[in-house]
Design a protein around this ligand. Sequence first.
Ligand code: MIG
Length: 733
Amino acid sequence: MTKNNIQLYRNGHPIETGAVVELPKQVEKNGRSIEALSFFKQTITAETITLSYGFEKEDMVIGLGETVKGLNKRGSELVAFCADEPEHLPNKKSLYGAHNFFVVLGKVATGFFIDFPGTIHYDIGFTHKDVFDIKINGTDVAIYKFEAPTLKEVTHLFLSIIGQSYVPPKWGFGYQQCRWSYETADDIRRIGKDMREANIPCDTIYLDIDYMERFKDFTTCDDKFPDFENFVSEMKDQGFRLIPIIDAGVKIEEGYDVYEEGIRDNHFCVNDEGKPFVAAVWPGLVHFPDFFKEETRQWFGDKYKVLTDVGIEGFWNDMNEPAIFYTPKRLKAFYDHVEKSKEKPLDIYSFFDLKGEAESLSSSPEDYRSFYHEVGGELVRHDKVHNLYGYFMTQSAAQGLEAIDADKRFLLFSRASYVGMHRYGGIWMGDNDSWWEHIELSMKLLPAINMCGFMYTGPDTGGFQSDASGELLIRWMQFSIFAPLLRNHAALSSRDQEPFSFEEATTETLKNIIELRYSLIPYLYSSYMKAALERSVYAANLIMAYNDKRTREIEDQLLIGDSLMIAPIYKQNRTGRMVYLPEDMLLWNTKGTAVDSLEVMLAGDHFVPITLAEVPLFIRPDRGIILGSVAETVEQVDATQLTFLGYMKTGIEESYYDDDGLTKAYQQNQSQETTIRVLQSDEGPKASVDFDQESELMNVKIIIMDKTGQRYEGTLTREASSICLEKVSQYDN
Ligand code: MIG
């Protein structure tokens, strides 16, 4: 029997990434020598370390966070390298995050976290089916090894040493509307108005890069957004919080304070000659803040105040891999190359050569090798620590926001990330496409990203690039309402994708799905907070809970919290799908928020009919979910009433977590717990609720179905907190 165990192995002088913050005392802080790491055979050269493992027949490899691959990574080739990768195609080896936690799951579970900020190549039985080779592009590394009997326990060991996941404000669980770009204040007003007229709940509207004055961070464009402060409060009065984007690059422009201060106080990354490194992104020529320096993080983080001072309460950090369109240096070299090419024949070789050269201008490895960060007083070449850039930018933002208001929860998420950043903000899944395949991809990403500590995450629902059909948006929404970050976002040239931008029937269906989301928030938020506090995951693959042969291969059904399983449709023109039930469950196949059409389903395989309007929710035995009511915004939801929907085989005991949703008081245990019990008695099922003294909750309506398919109901109040439930016919409702 394996004991739950954590070990640390080190080689050389690893860079302090800050990923691991809660190492148990019994683990030697300095670690053992890497040679003592038994699982892998190591090959250490002057430049690299290679770890090799020979697979056992049954081994799976699970983890690695944000990748285009599914649950079991065996047979894949992946690279940990934060990339501005807008094409999420099956052959892509890297996306925006570098999440070096994975588990080899065989008879037992062995997990590893490779704490290394440069590039790591994972050849997971790709070159040779039975060989797992990990090539680390450097020799200064810390490797954590976790051993436990199950995937669940091993993941818990990892999550328990990296610190608690970021907790968003509760309104961050509302529906969020984005687009590149709502260009003017009037555009945003129109979106808000259309949202409210369609009666679709919505908490935030996003400001993409066009709100800025010529893409300069911490500025707002007066022409397009006159009187920004009043505009922010006008929208807030209607229940909308505006969430501006912040890009990593700082525009080079005389008279622009951020640029001038950055130059004056040496806040920018430098080139070989010690001069500020120049690259081009949206603002044109920019410098990159050196977020590796404490002073720079503080300086940049404080800048968010420019926007919080006018009422902004959340941000998304973009382009922080950092993305580079080109550098003037290499563009010049390219022109020289073109000049020389003029002497060559106009043949296909010249054509492909020039095309290739032009395409290689963006985010080129050569550029990443030509600037430096200051780490502990020494200059370190960017490529060696590349994967920390977005992390440190987001840490800078989080610490700046903390300095502005230590008790307030701000909404914050980033595109690039590394383990450790999960304590400061969430991540969104980046530039997907309005493709059916990308609904499926987001279903693969949610548990994989959660497993690496990033709990607040979600896709661009409806797809970023390409055009979405109404059906695609509906099916995507039916999945995304279970993700913590529920945001609809579309790119510059794509078709309008707001829920009201489609024919009436589609808008109506989307409205019902978003309303379902709002009614699920009590359960989703409670599950999120429990996972954050207990160092478990919010969304999981079935294997995490069931740990059996069959669930090893299921990745299109997920567990959300402890009580709920989902099985979304992610293919076009479907009227149902196969669902595997590892145990008997209660199906609530709902068109909205009314608790009707409940059905007990036995363990095994089923074809479940699911119309376009329906969202199937599967409740696990002797568990239940807590539902609230619907309002325009999260904060307007009536907190005095809840509904509990459970499936009883023998008896139910569920506790539901809540807190103020806005402050960090939960860190001092200022939270409420409501416990719901349903037990079998001679007079039938008896329900009781332990109301928390501090909570506003006044009554809980209990609905359960027992294994014979009999439905029972009753409403409990603070005065009558224990009652016998009454039999009701399904169709009385
Ligand atoms: O080069 O700000 O992923 O969400 O809309 C594109 C414009 C820059 C990339 C982000 C996307 C955002 C877009 N940005």
